[in-house]
Write a protein that binds this ligand. Structure first.
Ligand code: CA
Ligand code: CA
Length: 249
């Protein structure tokens, strides 16, 4: 498998403690995102594309020893501001082991790619998306929100064209995007790319291009060993809605 990616924003850093309980897996709109014990925090590399602004979630706690009842809360960066506001809490529940429910995003929630944070903690309902938890785990997941009320089938805010093969890639000469690995995307809202990365084996120069002019906007050297690996750009790159960008090596 070979995939490249760009991260659009970085949310407030948090930590947890998985000594007695951790988030074992989350299911969002029918797609499973297992993680196991991550020591308190995990950021899922693959986004969840939602079919509707109302969707089901299933949340599974893992326990190294005895079972405890856990509190869960979910925040979504509804206004795509790059920060989780306390008011952006969209779900809350509690219980032992596997719990589930339905998340209803507010009508008019902007479509496009944004962040979701799942907080599980022992003892009290999570109230602050940026607070560390003493007992429990926190996981971030990118979600792609469809147009409100569409019920699915809506083009997401970012269109990615994944790669075909584990080719080394030959950027820089000839262009016309005969690249060996990469994708292109067209944001429909403003945002910024803060890091570039990929899932491959080896060391590669990963670049962000403005597609039409083939201008290199930023580049980082990324080393990975069949894992997701990202490197921060020296300068974040602001994106213009409607412009097509390419991430390639
Ligand atoms: Ca986990
Ligand atoms: Ca926000």
């Amino acid at each position: 498998m070979l995939t490249l990616a760009s991260t659009v924003s970085a949310y407030c850093p948090v930590s947890g403690n998985s000594e007695y309980e951790y988030i074992n897996a989350i299911t969002v709109d029918g797609a499973g995102y297992p993680s196991g014990d991550n020591g308190g925090f995990y950021s899922h590399p693959s986004p969840a594309t939602l079919s509707d602004i109302s969707f089901d979630v299933a949340l599974e706690a893992g326990y190294p020893s005895g079972q405890y009842s856990e509190w869960w809360a979910i925040w979504v960066d509804l206004d795509q501001s790059g920060t989780f506001e306390t008011s952006e809490r969209v779900f809350e529940t509690n219980g032992f082991g596997l719990v589930s429910g339905q998340v209803d995003l507010p009508p008019g929630t902007p479509e496009g790619q944004t962040g979701m944070r799942v907080v599980m903690q022992y003892g009290a309902s999570p109230s602050d998306p940026c607070a560390n938890v003493n007992w429990g785990e926190i996981e971030d997941l990118t979600v792609v929100i469809p147009q409100s009320g569409s019920g699915g089938g809506t083009p997401p805010g970012v269109v990615e064209m994944p790669w075909q093969s584990n080719a080394p890639g030959t950027p820089g000469t000839g262009m016309a995007w005969d690249y060996g690995m990469g994708y292109h995307f067209t944001p429909n809202t403003t945002g910024r790319v803060t890091a570039l990365g990929g899932f491959f084996d080896g060391t590669k120069l990963v670049r962000l291009y403005e597609r039409t002019t083939e201008t290199i906007l930023g580049e980082v050297m990324v080393s990975a060993s069949n894992t997701w690996s990202y490197v921060d750009l020296p300068q974040p790159i602001d994106l213009t809605p409607g412009t097509t960008y390419t991430v390639a090596v």
